[in-house]
Design a protein around this ligand. Structure first.
Ligand SMILES: [Zn+2]
Ligand SMILES: [Zn+2]
Length: 134
């Protein structure tokens, strides 16, 4: 499936070819902190199937499994674009689903790091809903 996307300010843009089976939710505590939300939704894609333009900033962290990870942001607006492994060779990117224009057609197929999931995350359907800002 062909996708495209951009950061909030529009200076960073990408196109990619993805397998819709590779959409997932991560409940790890790093994703909670860095996304500023309860969990993060990502789309795994080989770097050979991904092309991006625009000025970025990279932040490196040590993941919970001990691996170094590079996190890529728009230099101007700070939108998270993707995370990936550090070092030489072909890479797998975890593209942030919220930046993808086709995200409504890419429901998550698995959830990981559920041990740190918010205890209320499965209860949202029963919380009062408003179609726009309250
Ligand atoms: Zn931006
Ligand atoms: Zn995570």
């Amino acid at each position: 499936m062909k996708i495209d996307g951009q950061c909030h300010c529009g200076r960073v843009r990408y196109t990619a070819t993805v397998d819709p089976e590779n959409a997932s939710v991560c409940h790890c505590t790093d994703c909670q902190a860095i996304s500023g939300s309860a969990f993060r939704t990502t789309l795994r894609v080989p770097d050979s199937d991904f092309e991006m333009t625009g000025e970025i900033k990279t932040y490196e962290k040590i993941a919970a499994n001990g691996n170094e990870r590079a996190l890529v942001f728009c230099l101007n607006c700070g939108t998270q674009m993707y995370g990936t492994m550090v070092g030489a060779g072909p890479k797998r990117l975890s593209v942030r689903l919220g930046t993808c224009n086709q995200r409504a057609q890419l429901p998550p197929k698995r959830q990981i790091w559920c041990q740190s999931a918010m205890p209320w995350v499965n209860d949202l359907a029963s919380v009062p809903m408003s179609p726009a800002q309250d």
